[in-house]
Design a protein around this ligand. Sequence first.
Ligand code: BYC
Ligand code: FE
Ligand code: FE
Length: 467
Amino acid sequence: MTLMDQIPNNVDLGSDKKLMRALMRWQPDFLNWWRDMGPEGFQADQVWLRTAISVEANGWAHYDYVKMPDYRWGIFLAPAASETIGFGDHKGQPTWDEVPGEMRGVLRRIIVTQADTEPASVEQQRQLGRTAPSLYDMRNLFQVNVEEGRHLWAMVHLLQQYFGRDGREEADALLRRRSGDADTPRILSTFNERTDDWLSFFMFTTFTDRDGKFQLSALSESGFAPLARATKFMLTEEAFHLFCGEQGVERVLRRGAELTMRDPNGDARKHGGIDLETIQKYINFWYSSSLDLFGSEISSNAADSFAASIKGRHRESRYDDHQALNESYSLPVIEQGRVVNQTVPLRNALNEVLRDEYVKDCERVMERWNASLAETGTDFRVSLPSRRFRRTVGLYSAHTFDPQGNLISDAEFRARKNDWLPCADDYAHVHSLMKPVYEPGKYASWIAPPSKGVKGQPLDYEYVKRT
Ligand code: BYC
Ligand code: FE
Ligand code: FE
C-alpha cells in the first residue's frame, strides 16, 4: 500500500520526500498511542463510520464499516477563502504560504495548543464505549473520536511541514502528554477533567467542542494560509460533534422531565432517570470550565496574535474596523470588593470578544433545550450561570461569585457549592446508571431515543458490530 492509500490527502503529500518521511515515522507512534489511549475494548469491532475522502461537499458521503485502527485519517486543506489577509497589521497583504520568520514562535504555540486538545479529548472519552446507552450513541462517540484523531493529524502535518525539527519534536510530544496526568498533563485545563460518564460526554461536546468551533473560526482567516485552510476544513467536522452534545443533553433532559412528572414526588432518580437539577449542575460545571478556554479577558497574547494577522475574530468580515486599533472594550472588573467597569484597548480584549460570541451561541442552545422541556409539560428551565462563576483563568478567578454573578465570600461559596455543582452524591447516581445497552434499537432508561438514525439508517441499525 502506498502512503497515498493510507493517508487520503489533497496536499500533494507524495511530492515532498522529507515531509513523507516525517509522517511515515510518526504514523506508527500515532497508532500505538491510539491502541493504548483510544477507545478501550472496541478496537477490533466494526463501526459504521464516515470517512473524509475529499474536501468537496460530497467528500463526506463515504460511510462504511471500519475497525477504528484501520480508519484512514486524511490530511485536507479547504480551498483558500481569500488571497489577501483580512485583519491585523498585515491586512491587505497576500496571505503567506510559509511561516514568516518573526512569527514562528507565536504560530507554533497556537498550533501546538490547538493540536494538544485533540488527542486529549480522545483520552478523556476512552472508557465510554463500555457504558454506551445504545449502539447509536456508541457509534457517534467513536465518530467523534476518529475525527479528533484526524484533527491531530491535520495539526501535525502543519508542524512537520512548516516548523522543521522543532515541529517534529512537538509532534512527538503531542503523543506523550496524557490527559489528567500529574506529571505530563494536557496543556489546557478542561482537557484534564474527568469525562467518564455519558452526561459529561454530552456536556463536553456541547460546551467544550463549541470552544473548538470558535477558536477554529478565529484561525480560519489566518494570514498563514495552511493554518486557515486546515482549520476551515476541521470546522465542517465540528458541526457533528456539537450535534452529538446538544441532541444528547436534550434527550437526557426530556427523559428526566418525563420521569419527574411520572413520579408522585417528582423523583426522576427513583425511575432510573437523571433529575433536572443534576443536569443543571452539570451545565454549570462544563460551561464554566469551557469559558476558561478563551484565556484571560485582558491578554497581550491575543493582541499580539491579532496584530500579527495570525488569529482574528469569529466572522471577521462582519466587523467594520479590521485593524481593531481605534475602539475600546468595557468590561466589569473587581476593585476593592466591588464590581466596576474598566475600559481597555480593543486588541487587548479580543479573548473576551470571542467569548462573547461563544456565550451568545450557548444561550441559543439553552433556548432550544428549554423549548424541548416546555414540550414535555414541565415548568423546569435550564440556564447558563454568569460568566464570572467558578472561573480558574482570568480576571474573575481571584474571586468567588454565585451563578448570578454576585461577588460572594469563599465561605459562602463553599457552603452553597453542592447546590450549584455536581457533588459526590450526584456523580454516584449518574455513574450508577451507566450500564451498557448493546442490543440494536434499545436505549438506556435515562435517555430518550433520538428522533432518527444516522444517514437515513433506522434506529435499530447495527451501528457497531461487536466481535
Ligand atoms: N488552561 O493571555 P492568556 C478544541 C494559559 S478546543 C490552561 O490568558 P491567551 C477541541 C495560556 O496558554 C479549541 N492554561 O491567554 C474541543 C498562557 O500560557 P503561556 C482549542 C491556560 O494566550 C473539544 C497563559 O495561560 N484551540 O479544539 O491569550 C475536543 C496566559 O494566557 C488556559 C485553542 O485553544 C486554560 N484554560 O489565550 C477536541 C486555540 N487559558 O503560553 C478539541 C489556540 C490560558 O504563557 N490557543 N492559559 O505558557 C489559543 O489561541 C490561546 O492559547 C488560548 C489562550 C485562547 C487558549
Ligand atoms: Fe477537534
Ligand atoms: Fe470536536
